[in-house]
Unconditional design. Structure first.
Length: 283
């Protein structure tokens, strides 16, 4: 019974999670606006930090032992957990930004992937391929969120995510890898809580989906093998074969009236529309 109590929030607690989600979304919007050739990843991190502080929140990433940044920023063959610094972005780079905010003891967590605009010719072809990888990963995220709206068990999310990616791979005649060692999670008083949210099919479908469940769904996808290694900085996760990575994430609440994407300004209305799902805010 202790495990079940930890997984499900009260209606008041879900309402308290709306603001940290919106702060997280605003921080990522600020980063998106700054992405351009010649900008460093440290500058992007500073843009996110300014928003979080201005909104009266704190970076929950900085509450993780040994980490002092507001974001994780991963470029090209780096998939997740990249450390912001002096790296200068170039046209055609694929950049994944993961950010979170804690506000009045509640957490938001979200990630976006952006292809740096600019140039033409060969660089444009690479950028187009990378944009497709980002689009597939984002689409898989929304497929997972849409599945949550009618799911009975948490494991149904991973089935929807993997199914979307498999269909895209067939349509594109491409190979997409789903990271297996890194997964989504519950979120609430802590950034990382139970349950585990897999991005692929699992035999054990896990706990029940019912009002009060709040999860961060975050497919991490590559344009090749799913095999990765951790770089010497002990954080950055990079593909072994040098293929590109993309990462999209949203924090989502389940309540008596449906679902609400806490880290989307519109609650997920635009992303869920192609799936026929209409979100509603926690009452």
């Amino acid at each position: 019974m202790g495990l079940r109590r930890s997984l499900y929030k009260t209606p008041a607690q879900l309402r308290a999670m709306v603001e940290p989600g919106l702060i997280t979304a605003a921080a990522l919007d600020a980063v998106r606006e700054r992405i351009a050739p010649g900008v460093t990843t440290a500058e992007l991190d500073a843009a996110a930090s300014a928003v979080v502080v201005a909104r009266g929140a704190e970076s929950n990433f900085q509450l993780v032992r040994g980490y002092r940044h507001t974001t994780c920023i991963s470029v090209n063959d780096q998939v997740v957990h990249g450390i912001p610094g002096s790296r200068v972005l170039e046209a055609g780079d694929i950049v994944s930004i993961d950010a979170g905010a804690q506000f009045r003891g509640w957490n938001g967590d979200s990630a976006i992937t952006v292809v740096v605009p600019g140039e033409s010719g060969a660089a444009e072809a690479v950028a187009s391929t990378r944009q497709r990888l980002s689009d597939v990963t984002e689409g898989a995220l929304w497929a997972g969120i849409a599945a949550l709206a009618s799911a009975s068990r948490v494991g149904e999310i991973g089935d929807a995510v993997q199914g979307y990616i498999e269909r895209a791979a067939t349509a594109d005649g491409a190979t997409y890898g789903i990271l297996r060692d890194y997964v989504g999670h519950g979120i609430g008083r802590r950034m990382h809580e139970g349950p585990t949210v897999f991005n692929y099919r699992v035999a054990d479908l896990g706990p029940a989906v019912r009002p009060g469940l709040c999860v961060a769904i975050e497919p991490m996808v590559t344009s090749g093998s799913d095999e990765t290694f951790v770089e010497d900085d002990d954080w950055t996760v990079t593909t072994v074969d040098g293929s590109d990575g993309a990462h999209w994430e949203h924090s989502v609440a389940v309540h008596a009236g449906g679902i609400w994407v806490l880290t989307a300004a519109d609650g997920g209305a635009a992303g869920l529309a192609p799936f026929g799902v209409v979100p509603s805010p926690p009452a």
